[in-house]
Design a protein around this ligand. Structure first.
Ligand SMILES: [Zn+2]
Length: 102
């Protein structure tokens, strides 16, 4: 199963304010740098299909030190089938810090 199949589970994420996270060195950005507040937004520039990928989905499939640029090669557009060069960006939830249980 592709990581992009999980996007449907994140529909409610739109209820939370998100801001575009500016990455200093996007090419070197690694899976392990994603926090629980982040979501990887994948967009197909060909057909404008988009999907949100939660960090835990990436953690389950890739090592922390895997570059997201490498993950990008595995991404496939579910609409038109375009592969390998889908655009991606990281968005981080904003808002109050909630007390942690652990
Ligand atoms: Zn597409």
């Amino acid at each position: 199963m592709s990581i992009l199949d999980r996007g449907e589970h994140l529909k409610n994420i739109c209820l939370v304010p998100y801001e575009h996270l500016t990455l200093g060195l996007k090419f070197n950005f690694r899976v392990g740098q994603l926090t629980g507040r982040d979501v990887l937004v994948v967009t197909c520039e060909e057909c404008h299909w988009t999907s949100n990928v939660a960090p835990h989905v990436l953690y389950a499939r890739y090592h922390d030190y895997t570059k997201v640029m490498q993950v990008q090669r595995d991404m496939v557009c579910k609409k038109c089938g375009r592969k390998g060069d889908l655009a991606w960006r990281v968005e981080r939830a904003t808002g109050p810090e909630w007390p942690k249980l652990a």
